[in-house]
Design a protein around this ligand. Structure first.
Ligand code: NAP
Length: 505
């Protein structure tokens, strides 16, 4: 067992963890480690290698503001390019020497006497225990695949894998393939594999709204201009940012405004699908925006292809050789299948890392979230868990814009918290119950008007009590304004005096 003392321990090396590492380093907080269970940086963009994987937010915005990339090939870049971008930014940041790959966090426990987090990890060199002043979790909300609880699925005799754990050794050519799910991942997978498979069954529980994808390749001359014309990339970024931000009003206050946009999505169906039965099947029965609005020009044509079927009957069980579904009148149909692709999403409303984090009062954060609901102050801090910061915590997700924007805002909050702690020699900062409750009461009040609550759908945005614990219900620039400075007044602080006196902030 190795023991090590560090100032800061960052969990995860995706966009969030990498941003934290870079900004800590820039602030002179160089004594940190980043522990990452994968073998590389990239997080979700390392894990999601499924055919057709690409970002549905334009790359000029879905990238770090401090690391612009004039070389994006497309307006919506494919996954390999985004992963390569993250790798390059990590390499050039000079922080990689402090990344510990293939290292899992087994347990993080607040030690009140030491005023430090004791974090037990397992990595290639065996177990290590870190004593860290702060823990910054960039473990992300889309990191743990959610497998559907379907009878018999473990006994399936063919190949079965989750969209985020794509098995590239399985050759789909000519095979009978089933895709379960019709979310953001599935609508990219379906058109990418449909031309090569023998037969494709798409199991749809809820039809999503799918808009045309206005993608384009950047010509060489435009890339050269983006590289050489001062400020041009910033202009692109700003234009995309404000275009996206125009969705905030309809999403959060006036969902009716999206009615004409919904018509565009309907036309997207009608253009690609002539069969009225199939058109009806894929037409959503909820208001646009309630679930993530998807974009694709190829999804509906793939569903309309001769070798594809959309199955809307409920899946009742999986047999060793097929999938059994049941029609509303009780009729069962078994469809034979060689490969099942499970595109059923992630454990988003539980934040799996919280099971491994034990706070000042001796219980896990998962238990606290289970009892009180998943909530944090500004998506970042939780009462009872001093010096623990989230990047992409509760209610920081977006339905319309770039998570990288939110990540940068949140990291600036965390770094300012650390700067404040150093300046005032605080050993610990812990958000007060009152501040956290007031913040979330306001947030949930705002949720009432949003399309996510009123749009007539069931989505992973909502927890089992119907509370939206995942999305940010205001403008992203408001989030940035709220996180620009660490507001120590919302925190109880502990000074590093011998008697660990708690001083009012
Ligand atoms: P998802 O949006 O949660 O979609 C899961 C799909 O599986 C839904 O269609 C769901 O149906 C279905 N499903 C779940 N359990 C099922 C079951 N037991 N039986 C049948 N169907 C079931 O997951 P995802 O597509 O992986 O996307 C997750 C998130 O990742 C997205 O919202 C987005 O934030 C992100 N993402 C982003 C991009 C991008 O381009 N930026 C691309 C991919 C993913 P219901 O709708 O009925 O629940």
């Amino acid at each position: 067992m190795t023991e090590q003392t560090v100032d800061h321990l960052v969990i995860g090396a995706g966009f969030a963890g990498l941003c934290a590492a870079i900004k800590l380093d820039e602030a002179g907080e160089t004594d940190f480690v980043v522990v990452e269970r994968g073998a590389d940086v990239g997080g979700t963009w390392r894990d999601n290698t499924y055919p057709g994987a690409a970002c549905d937010v334009p790359s000029q915005l879905y990238s770090f503001s401090f690391a612009p990339n004039p070389d994006w090939s497309m307006s919506f870049s494919p996954q390999p390019e985004i992963h390569a971008y993250i790798q390059r930014v990590a390499r050039e940041s000079g922080t990689l020497d402090r990344f510990r790959f293939e290292t899992t966090v087994d347990d993080a426990r607040w030690d009140e006497a030491q005023q430090r987090w004791v974090v037990r990890t397992t990595g290639p060199a065996g177990p290590t225990t870190y004593a860290a002043r702060t823990v910054i979790s960039g473990a992300g909300g889309l990191s743990e695949p959610r497998l559907p609880d379907i009878e018999g699925i473990e006994g399936f005799g063919g190949e079965l894998f989750h969209s985020a754990r794509w098995d590239h050794d399985v050759d789909l050519a000519g095979k009978r393939v089933a895709v379960i799910g019709t979310g953001a991942s599935a609508i990219q997978i379906v058109p990418a594999i449909q031309p090569q498979v023998g037969h494709l069954d798409v199991y749809q529980r809820t039809a999503p709204w799918v808009m045309p994808r206005h993608d384009r390749r950047y010509p060489t001359i435009e890339k050269a201009a983006l590289r050489h014309v001062p400020g041009l990339q910033k202009v692109y970024r700003e234009a995309i940012y404000w275009g996206r931000e125009s969705y905030v009003l309809p999403f959060t206050q006036a969902p009716g405004i999206l009615a004409p946009v919904q018509q565009v999505a309907k036309r997207n169906i009608d253009k690609a699908i002539s069969d009225p039965g199939l058109r009806a099947k894929v037409t959503p029965d909820f208001r646009m925006g309630c679930k993530r609005i998807l974009i694709s020009n190829a999804y509906y044509p793939a569903l309309a292809a001769d070798n594809a079927d959309v199955v809307t009957d409920r899946i009742t069980r999986v047999t060793p050789t097929g999938i059994v579904s049941t029609a509303p009148d009780g009729t069962e149909t078994e469809r034979p299948v060689d490969v099942i692709v499970v595109a059923t999403g992630f454990h988003t409303t539980e934040l799996p890392i919280t099971e491994h984090i034990t706070g000042r009062e001796g219980h896990t954060l998962a238990r606290q979230f289970e009892e009180r609901g998943m909530a944090a102050y500004k998506g970042s801090t939780v009462p009872g868990f001093p010096n623990l910061f989230f990047v992409v915590g509760p209610n920081v997700g977006l339905g319309h814009s770039s998570m990288v924007f939110m990540i940068e805002a949140q990291v600036s909050y965390v770094v300012d918290a650390i700067r404040t702690m150093r300046t005032h020699r605080y050993a610990a900062v812990e958000v007060t119950e009152a501040a956290e409750r007031a913040f979330n009461a306001d947030l949930q009040r705002r949720m009432g008007r949003t399309v996510w609550s009123t749009g007539g759908c069931a989505s992973w945005y909502l927890d089992k009590h119907g509370n939206n614990t995942t999305l940010w219900p205001r403008a992203t620039f408001t989030f940035r304004a709220l996180t620009r400075r660490f507001d120590v007044a919302a925190y109880a602080v502990t000074a590093p005096t011998p008697d660990r006196e708690v001083v009012p902030a």
